[in-house]
Ligand binder design. Sequence first.
Ligand SMILES: C[S@@+](CC[C@H](N)C(=O)[O-])C[C@H]1O[C@@H](n2cnc3c(N)ncnc32)[C@H](O)[C@@H]1O
Length: 189
Amino acid sequence: MKPEEVLESIEAVAPSKGWPIIGPKRGVILDEVVESQKPSSILEVGTNVGYSAIRMARHLKAGQRLTCIEISGDMARTAIVNFERAGLSELIEVIVGDARSILPTLTTGFDMVFLDAVKDDYLEYLRSVEKLLHAGSVVAADNVKSFSSAVKTYLDYVRNSGTYASSYREAPSNWGTDEGDAVEVSVRL
Ligand SMILES: C[S@@+](CC[C@H](N)C(=O)[O-])C[C@H]1O[C@@H](n2cnc3c(N)ncnc32)[C@H](O)[C@@H]1O
């Protein structure tokens, strides 16, 4: 299947299954970040069934890589099946476990990081991998509108530390069931 067909198949059942995917509306923001920054190495924290990972990995070329961290073995297994269906398995590594334990052990650099696991822990995730970023690396963080209280310390840091140029990118509701949400996109200076 084409990656786009797999994305549509996930979108079709995500609301009824309760899968908290970024969805098509904010997914476009993720597409734009990948298309403009052209990362060759991406780290995703919180993969669920692989929807956002497929959105990002479909822009990668052979030899480039996406590393996914997901705490749920069941979700990770579903994501792996979806990556196979989308023909993207060769580009994606899935690490099953708690990002708070795994991130400090990573050693390779990343051109892009996508944060989408526990919202209260975004700043901890970022600080754990900051040594792996370079000037121009981009960090995207989902749900910064709907979880504004939980991500407050994170937003304070990326907006005011002088380390990032940060912008707030809002999108309408995916399924018409909420008030929409936003992604914070922060480029390392
Ligand atoms: C919002 S969902 C991710 C959605 C996915 N990024 C997408 O848009 O398709 C958050 C995921 O983070 C996972 N998660 C929660 N805590 C985690 C942790 N400490 N480490 C890694 N993954 C975690 C959850 O199991 C869940 O699948």
